[in-house]
Design a protein around this ligand. Structure first.
Ligand code: RP5
Length: 201
């Protein structure tokens, strides 16, 4: 049966703020700011459900911190495959250089995105209710040979690290970004050097 392809404009959030939240308003709480179709976007962040946004916003936060234009969308490999396909192709046209995909449970989203584009993708397994994300991790990381899906840690650290991996990739050909990443690393090291353990009684 042919699936109807519609323009995937719902549930999007960009550097400037969310475009629209169709399902759960708390997932994208800021005022709407529509990304123009012509606007260049370097990173596509996609998640299987708006319920993943609490974790995936960590990736968006890192992009924002480094000044990298991104668009974040809730699109499911299982529930909205046609919309997902349209979005991937739109992102390619808009100059996207990397995707970050987060999904939970039988998490096929990152693999499906990877199957439709040669743009690098980084995957984030979502914490899940009953298996604490182990199901998401194994479903994501155990890709068969030929379609690589580099997979980060379960949850927030994975989401932030996925974006940092993208920053490192983009920094290979962007001197300003390289400087920002080096400064980020220095600040992080400095925090560790300055940290002290509390005295105990
Ligand atoms: C996955 O199912 C999503 O990525 C999410 O992690 C999980 C639960 O989705 P909801 O039932 O909260 O929409 O597809």
């Amino acid at each position: 049966m042919a699936t109807k392809k519609t323009s995937p404009k719902k549930n999007a959030t960009t550097q400037a703020g969310p475009v629209k939240s169709a399902a759960k308003k708390q997932a994208v709480a800021k005022p709407a700011a529509k990304a123009s179709a012509a606007e260049k976007i370097l990173v596509g962040i996609v998640m299987g459900s708006t319920s993943d946004w609490d974790v995936m916003k960590e990736a968006a936060q890192v992009c924002r911190e480094f000044g990298i234009p991104y668009e974040a969308r809730a699109l499911s490999a299982h529930r909205s495959p046609a919309e997902l396909e349209v979005w991937i192709s739109e992102m390619e046209k808009r100059g996207c250089q990397a995707f970050i995909a987060g999904a939970g449970g039988a998490a096929h989203l990152a693999g499906v995105v990877a199957s439709q584009t040669i743009i690098p993708i980084f995957a984030v397994p979502m914490p899940s209710k009953y298996m604490k994300g182990l199901d998401s991790l194994l479903a994501t990381v155990q890709m068969p040979r030929g379609i690589p899906v580099p997979t980060l840690a379960i949850g927030e650290a994975g989401a932030a690290n996925a974006a940092l991996a993208v920053v490192a990739m983009l920094a290979l050909h962007d001197t300003d970004l390289r400087k920002k990443l080096e400064e980020f690393r220095s600040r992080q090291s400095e925090k560790v050097r300055e940290a002290s353990l509390l005295e105990f009684a």
